[in-house]
Design a binder for this molecule. Sequence first.
Ligand SMILES: [Zn+2]
Length: 267
Amino acid sequence: MTDISTREMFQYLVGEVTRVRADEIDAHLAACHSCQTELDGLRGMIELMDEPDEELESVDLVPEVRKMIEIDSEKPRQHRRSLPAAVVLIGALLVAVAAVTIWTGFPEEREIFRAKSSGTMIPEQDRWVALRAYRLGESGQTGRLSTGMKNDDFLLFAYTNLGEQTKRYLMIFAVDARGKVHWYHPGYTSAESDPASMPIESNVTSEELPEKIRHDYSAGPLWIYSLFTDQPMKVSAVEAMISGLRPGERIPVEDSAQHILKTVVEP
Ligand SMILES: [Zn+2]
């Protein structure tokens, strides 16, 4: 059996593969050290979702919402393979939060969902989207991407796409200290291809993109952009826009929503 893809490992961890396939994967994992190491890293990443999310931390859920979440978490979950209880609970919570945003009819209650970094002026549309980045090291160690990373870390991403009119397309890329652009989504490897934004889910919180991606960055600050749009955009068009911007500056795309992260690549 060949190695297991990152995408399928995610499905395995959240209990979304058939029993027959799960048994095959178990057998492969028992014999393959590199897949086992990667699986441990991905499991660690999923467990990280148990940690408080700064996007949702400040959210003061209305009582009805809280009640719905409690009811949902008490439901027995069949068809699920054994996962740490916390992971299942967080899954239930995220599903409930997403469901509730559709259900809530009052703008002032919707508003409660996002009050990102109070004090700074954030365009209204940016309050409804978020990008989370995770690093996966060579030996399987995982972490939420924060102030630093190694050049050879793999990155994985999760996005949040909420709001009255959710965005339909997403691009994720980074600009390194020398101004070089590194693409994550869409993947962009050959100069002739000029891929477009990828379609995304609406009303989702921390939706994982099950691809691990590594680039050769210059040491120094690294800005990671997420660009949510109504229409798909081409890589070439976005690169042309970025070339005129200061590092970390918002990209001037009308009707877009953005969340920009900053980290530093160790020399
Ligand atoms: Zn393997």
